[in-house]
Design a protein around this ligand. Structure first.
Ligand SMILES: Nc1nc2c(ncn2[C@@H]2O[C@H](COP(=O)(O)OP(=O)(O)O)[C@@H](O)[C@H]2O)c(=O)[nH]1
Ligand SMILES: [Mg+2]
Length: 229
């Protein structure tokens, strides 16, 4: 649940980018960071090893002040994808309000995607988070590569499941903002239902999405928030 600090009139939303190693989680955060105004953006804290793999996590903070005077902080985290770092993944997932699952579109990565998704569900459960209720959006990244799952297949997956699906070529920035704003929209719905984020805490949906898209230099009205169907 989003953390409310009444004394400082602040509310913090935690979003986690989850998925197998090398699927493009860090790249998504780097692209978001690159779109933000250099004079105002927070630091992208990234802790990569020499092999360009996230060892701990990456953290990117965003913030805006709502009309109601409440400061809304949105904290983006990634997890390390390698199987051995499960303890870290579990800790990063604590208290999260929404998840972007970054899948690798390559056919050869299907098993890794599935194992990571099962691991996500397991860790949500172990953190006593609501596995069925927590908003999850799925990004199929690396659409530029050969030997990837077809558009039709991804469409079928989208129709079968309840999670919104976003295709992406993260290192070119394609689909990154759509995924992020899609996640923000899904998370707002969930937090409105669970704690009245708009109705009780003064963060209406339009303000959250408007402020975030403005910080990324886009217009939310041109973005397809519900993914492909
Ligand atoms: N071909 C291709 N490579 C990508 C794409 N997105 C990210 N990568 C590359 O995949 C590798 C792993 O990305 P990274 O973001 O570190 O993955 P993470 O382990 O999930 O954080 C890097 O070399 C990226 O440049 C993409 O859309 N297409
Ligand atoms: Mg990483």
């Amino acid at each position: 649940m989003a953390q409310v600090d009444f004394q400082h009139r602040e509310i913090a939303i935690k979003l986690v980018y989850y998925g197998p190693a090398m699927s493009g989680k860090t790249t998504n955060l780097q692209q978001i960071h690159a779109r933000m105004d250099p004079r105002r953006r927070g630091k992208l804290l990234t802790l990569d090893t020499k092999e360009d793999r996230t060892l701990y996590f990456d953290l990117l903070p965003l913030a805006f002040k709502s009309v109601s005077g409440i400061t809304c902080k949105v904290k983006l985290f990634t997890v390390p994808g390698q199987v051995i770092h499960n303890t870290t993944r579990k800790v990063v997932l604590q208290g999260c309000d929404g998840v972007a699952f970054i899948a690798d579109s390559q056919i050869a990565e299907t098993k890794n995607n599935n194992e990571s998704f099962a691991n996500l569900r397991q860790n949500l459960k172990e953190n006593r988070l609501d596995v069925e209720g927590i908003p999850i959006v799925i990004q199929f990244n690396k659409r530029d590569l050969a030997k990837v799952r077809s558009d039709d297949e991804i469409k079928r997956i989208a129709q079968k499941g309840k999670e919104p699906i976003f295709p992406a070529v993260a290192f070119k920035g394609e689909g990154v903002v759509d995924t992020f704003l899609g996640l923000a929209a899904a998370t707002w719905e969930s937090l409105e239902t669970r704690m009245g984020l708009g109705s009780k805490h003064g963060i209406p949906r339009a303000e959250l999405l408007g402020a975030l898209s403005k910080q990324l230099g886009t217009d939310v009205s041109t973005i397809k928030l519900e993914g492909i169907r």
